[in-house]
Write a new protein. Structure first.
Length: 108
């Protein structure tokens, strides 16, 4: 799990434009939000590696995934919001998000 979030967090810095595009326009300072999200993903991923911080990191990941649902539902609007992904993939991402929440819960 740590590798997934570490990779995802790093990608926020390597490909920021892709992430900024999917952040809903009603949220302020989307570029900053992207960098903050990436930093949190990296920090939480590293937190998973140590027994003393694992529970805290897992709770942080769960909260982060809940907040990220805003992005997933925004992408379901289609058109430019979907980044060209087929709607069926965007729909499948919703239950995947809940699976990831459950998986993080196992580390608490």
């Amino acid at each position: 799990m740590a590798a997934i979030y570490l990779f995802g967090g790093i990608m926020h810095f390597i490909k920021p434009k892709a992430y900024v595009k999917i952040i809903p326009k009603f949220l302020p300072k989307r570029r900053t939000l992207n960098l903050v999200a990436g930093a949190f993903e990296i920090i939480l991923a590293l937190g998973l590696l140590f027994p003393k911080t694992r529970s805290f990191a897992s709770i942080g990941i769960i909260l982060m995934l809940i907040v990220f649902l805003i992005v997933h539902f925004n992408m379901l609007r289609g058109g430019k919001y979907s980044l060209g992904f087929p709607k069926w993939i965007l729909i499948l991402r919703i239950p995947l998000q809940f699976f990831l929440i459950w998986w993080a819960y196992l580390y608490i």
